[in-house]
Ligand binder design. Structure first.
Ligand code: 5GP
Ligand code: ZN
Length: 138
């Protein structure tokens, strides 16, 4: 399979490795969006969240605090964003990965949520809730 992250895990192409155990591999994202920008990937090839079992998720997410604490200790950022992209066009590498992005004053990153409460009435919240709960129970 022609997967760049599987090749990194196997050592077939180089990466700045940070951590490895039987389930996960963590390394520096090549772009270094901010200093310390890190990726954690499962060793098992899984495309994205839609293909993951709870066990697959447990393997990756359980290692996130370890890497987050190391980044905090190493660089003392003002904060940390944890993001994960699924499906095109957001996802560009189709081997599941979690981004850990330490944040610094004036770091030029624009990862913020938007407050749309003013656009939402109770019926809107109820419709959204209904659609999701229905999907969960189908
Ligand atoms: P996505 O957009 O799929 O969430 O993020 C994929 C990430 O993988 C990008 O941030 C990109 O910089 C990183 N990436 C792509 N190719 C390589 C590579 O060969 N080595 C490393 N270290 N990171 C890569
Ligand atoms: Zn892979």
């Amino acid at each position: 399979m022609d997967c760049i992250f599987c090749k990194i895990i196997k050592g077939e192409i180089p990466a700045y490795k940070l951590y490895e155990d039987d389930k996960v591999f963590a390394f520096l994202d090549i772009t270094q969006g901010t200093k310390g920008h890190t990726l954690i990937v499962p060793k098992k090839h899984v495309k994205n969240v839609y293909d993951m079992s709870e066990e697959d998720a447990q393997a990756v997410f359980s290692r996130v605090p370890k890497l987050a604490k190391a980044l905090k200790k190493a660089f003392n950022p003002i904060g940390l964003n944890i993001i994960n992209n699924n499906d095109k066009p957001l996802q560009s590498v189709f081997h599941f990965h979690v981004h850990l992005i330490p944040r610094y004053e004036n770091d030029g990153m624009t990862l913020t949520t938007v407050n749309r409460q003013d656009d939402y009435e109770k019926s809107d919240y109820l419709n959204v809730q209904d659609a999701i709960v229905k999907a969960l129970n189908e």
